[in-house]
Design a protein around this ligand. Structure first.
Ligand code: ZN
Length: 281
């Protein structure tokens, strides 16, 4: 399993194929990322793992030739805390398949939503999620599949994935690394929108996982609409209250390296805004 392999810099890119790619294929998306001067792209397996092995090899080749780093987002419908054993098995199978395909694509990380509390005590949910994830990790290890599984910080109080839960999983399971979605955490808490709070998250990450974790971070940023229950939908940064400039400042001050994936509806426009703002600091 890859473990915080040091990245040279902080790269910016899109969640999925950029709108301005044509045709809208993964390969053309990667080429478009390079043309735009962006550094990375997250392959969206969110509605299904749409590549076959042969295509995945071509994706890997294109990414290497274009100098674009890849990650992949596993299907949305995983739930490692389902009350139906059948659905847990299915979640394990899907995450394994997404990880396998992502690794053929040359991605270093697969990002996923671990599940829902479903009214269970969070500590019990944590143990359940940990137990079933450990089985997926064992299987990937046996097959020598080299990549990090990255559970994502969630945007809703009903969804497993507080910063604390994600960092704890990373300390207790080898092969797990965090996917810190700052927009989600802002939406879920209604806070975490100041330099001090962003720095606190990075400080916690450093203290719990070691400074090497900051050398290979996976971060999601977008504008976000939220209410009492958290996330409602993603927005473009300009239409949202996300204090992305101070977030970027904290990332810079902590010398964070890795991938910043922009999940705004405008995709490449906001990814470039983030990149340019970061480099102008
Ligand atoms: Zn996600």
């Amino acid at each position: 399993m890859l473990y915080y392999k040091q990245m040279a810099e902080l790269l910016f890119g899109t969640a999925g194929i950029p709108h301005s790619a044509w045709p809208l294929t993964t390969i053309d998306g990667i080429k478009r990322i390079a043309e735009l001067g962006l550094g990375c792209m997250e392959i969206e397996f969110v509605q299904g793992i749409y590549l076959n092995e042969e295509e995945a090899h071509q994706v890997a080749e294109t990414a290497v030739n274009s100098g674009v780093k890849l990650s992949a987002h596993a299907p949305y419908f995983l739930n490692f805390n389902s009350h139906e054993p059948r659905k847990i098995r299915a979640s394990q199978g899907i995450l394994h398949k997404a990880a396998r395909m992502a690794s053929i694509c040359g991605a270093q990380s697969v990002i996923f939503h671990a599940g829902f509390y479903l009214g269970d005590p969070p500590e019990k949910v944590y143990q359940t999620v940990k137990r079933y994830l450990a089985e997926v990790i064992d299987r990937l290890k046996e097959e020598d599949i080299q990549l990090s599984l990255r559970p994502e910080v969630s945007g809703k109080g009903s969804q497993f994935g507080s910063i604390e839960e994600i960092l704890k999983l990373c300390t207790e399971l080898e092969g797990i690394a965090p996917a810190i979605d700052f927009a989600h955490w802002h939406a879920r808490t209604g806070g975490f929108n100041s330099y001090k709070e962003f720095a606190y998250v990075l400080e916690q990450t450093k203290q719990r996982l070691g400074s090497a974790a900051l050398d290979n971070m996976h971060i999601h940023i977008s504008g976000i609409a939220y209410g009492q229950k958290g996330e409602i939908r993603h927005l473009d940064l300009v239409n949202s209250d996300l204090n992305y400039v101070d977030l970027l400042r904290a990332l810079k001050d902590y010398r964070v390296k890795g991938l910043v994936i922009c999940e705004s509806p405008s995709q490449e426009d906001d990814a470039r805004l983030l990149r340019d703002s970061y480099h102008s600091l």
